[in-house]
Design a protein around this ligand. Structure first.
Ligand code: PEP
Ligand code: MG
Length: 569
């Protein structure tokens, strides 16, 4: 008998089968010793610091090549600790003053700094506490003559099993890893983002059931369902392999036709766009057949920097994105900061409920100078392509009016300065708060388009934090309550004669494509990898049947039943 599946969070889609290899982090045991030659001990410490720098620089480089510059930037924080006199000189001074061995001094200084950082209110600084812990651990291992975990243990086809995976872990994994499984972590964890970027199926947040996994076990990972099966019987394994092959063939076939339009079997055109987080995603988006960009998350431009990006820096990025897509539409979302997206230099005050707090359009409207810098950059960049500007987290009509009046102000200023702006820019909103969906008919009168953000709409409708693995069993965008809001929004848009699209994760779920078309969506935007398969699904859809299917699923009483019904079609 195959064992029962263990449940976690499906963090990166796909099926994988492989041998479990535990990735256990060693915390070195440190003894305190008195030393006679302090200078020799300082030299030994300095050599170790250099070794650590070399290792981290290599890790940075591999990450940049394999994943991208943004993710590689994580290691800059590690390197900066190794250059920081408050850390390194403090250790050297204490070795000299206290005549103690480098290991014990390094351990206490690391702990002190880590505690100090984690006690600060700022989330960014708290995250630095983990970074210094990681750096300190590396130094201690090297000082004791050991090496940090050896990635060569991970042969191609291994399933990495860990309590939690830090970016410095995933960055070391050789190509060919079959999948990842962890006890802690959610869909928004670093490991999840890296797994999705690399196309490796991952199930995170398994909790204590991860203790059932031993080295060498055969593991089937189902990254869509968020489950794993340990040591399956021959029959179960064979079925999973056949399903993997089937999925692979579908992906390959879909990729061949990725460039072609997505038209339903009865001739209705559905536009399939890509979600991008920055310029680095453009190539993949185009290679997968994106017909434009349905969501450019501009906050990454802000998150990557250590200062508010200037008008010029933003103009440059938006212009490049617009030029890359030529006459295809590019929806650029204005700054969506707050909630789970902290900005270190913004010094945002701590909030009891950040997701219900001063975020996105709310933050922008109360910081008009910051907002206007972005609006000016967008107006200028609009000259270079088909720009659609979108405001996030809108909840009422006056927010749209205020944002549009700031936009007018910027346009007038630029006109006076003799700087060209585009006059054909479309202005729209994200529908990601239930109030916006329920009142979509009121908001629709103010805009050219609406795009449904199911990631937030789901968490607000179901009162289930999108990043909390403890409530992940409740968080499902296929919940009929969420789908009813989707229909309501599409209806309001249709009556007003404006476009309704979707850019939340649900839009990229091929099994839900028919339902979404049936609900009235004509534009779906998703991570690039999902585009070819969703396009194929659109081609198989008959709109009339899709409408009946949508009617039926809205009457069901659980997301599970919705998904089962959608799968059968
Ligand atoms: C959403 O909420 O669905 C969305 C697309 O925005 P983000 O995931 O960036 O919050
Ligand atoms: Mg959102």
């Amino acid at each position: 008998m195959a064992t029962e599946p263990l449940n976690g969070v499906g963090a990166a889609p796909g099926l994988a089968i492989g041998r479990a290899v535990w990735w256990r982090k060693e915390t070195p045991q440190v003894e305190t010793k008195t030393i006679s030659d302090a200078e020799a001990e300082v030299d030994r410490f300095e050599e170790t610091v250099n070794q650590a720098k070399e290792q981290i620089t290599r890790l940075r480089e591999t990450t940049r090549e394999r994943i991208g510059e943004e993710e590689a930037g994580i290691f800059d924080a590690h390197l900066s600790f190794l250059e920081d006199p408050a850390y390194i000189d403090e250790i050297k001074n204490r070795i000299r003053d206290q005549k103690k061995n480098a290991e014990s001094v390094c351990q206490s200084v690391t702990e002190e700094m880590s505690q100090m950082l984690s006690s600060l209110p700022d989330e960014y600084m708290q995250a630095r506490a983990d970074d210094i812990g990681d750096v300190g651990n590396r130094l201690l291992l090297l000082l004791s003559g050991r090496q940090p975990l050896d990635p060569s243990l991970l042969e191609a086809g291994s399933v990495v099993v860990a309590e939690e995976l830090a970016p410095s872990d995933t960055a070391q994994f050789p190509p060919g890893i079959a999948g990842m499984v962890t006890a802690r972590g959610s869909q928004t964890a670093h490991a999840a983002i890296m797994a999705r970027t690399l196309g490796i199926p991952a199930v995170l947040g398994l909790g204590s059931s991860i203790d059932n996994v031993s080295d060498g076990d055969t593991v089937i990972i189902d990254g869509d369902e968020g489950t794993i099966v340990l040591n399956p019987d021959a029959d179960t394994e064979e079925k999973a392999r056949r399903e993997m092959e089937r999925q692979q063939q579908l992906r390959e076939k879909a990729l061949e036709k990725a460039e072609q339009d997505a038209v339903t079997a009865d001739g209705e055109r559905i536009q399939v766009f890509a979600n991008i987080g920055g310029l680095k995603d453009i190539e993949t988006a185009l290679a997968n057949g994106a017909e434009g960009v349905g969501l450019f998350r501009t906050e990454f431009l802000y998150l990557e920097n250590d200062h508010w990006p200037t008008e010029e820096e933003q103009f440059d990025a938006y212009r490049k994105a617009l030029e890359a897509f030529g006459d295809k539409p590019v929806v650029i979302r204005t700054l969506d900061i707050g909630g789970d997206k902290d900005l270190p230099y913004a010094e945002l005050p701590e909030e009891e409920n950040p997701f219900l707090g001063h975020r996105a359009i709310r933050f922008c409207l109360s910081n008009p100078e910051i907002f206007k810098t972005q609006l000016r950059a967008l107006l200028r960049a609009g000259v270079y392509g088909d720009l659609w500007m979108m405001f996030p987290m809108v909840e009422n009509v006056s927010e749209i009016q205020e944002a549009k009046s700031l936009l007018d102000e910027c346009r007038q200023e630029l006109d006076q300065e003799g700087i060209p702006t585009a006059d054909s820019i479309k202005v729209g909103i994200m529908v990601e708060v239930p109030a916006a969906a329920i009142g979509a008919d009121l908001l629709a009168g103010e805009v050219d388009f609406m795009s449904i953000g199911t990631n937030d709409l789901t968490q607000y409708t179901l009162a289930a934090d999108r990043g909390n693995e403890q409530v992940s069993h409740l968080y499902d965008a296929a919940h009929p309550a969420v789908l009813r809001l989707v229909r309501q929004t599409c209806e309001a848009a249709r009556k007003r004669g404006i476009i309704a699209g979707m850019c939340g994760e649900l839009a990229g779920d091929p099994e839900m494509a028919e339902v979404l078309i049936g609900l009235g969506l004509h534009e779906l935007s998703m991570s690039a990898g999902a585009i070819p398969v969703v396009k194929e699904q659109v081609r198989r859809t008959q709109t009339e049947e899709a409408r009946h299917l949508a009617d039926r699923v809205l009457e069901l009483d659980s997301p599970q039943k919705v998904r089962q019904t959608a799968q059968k079609g």
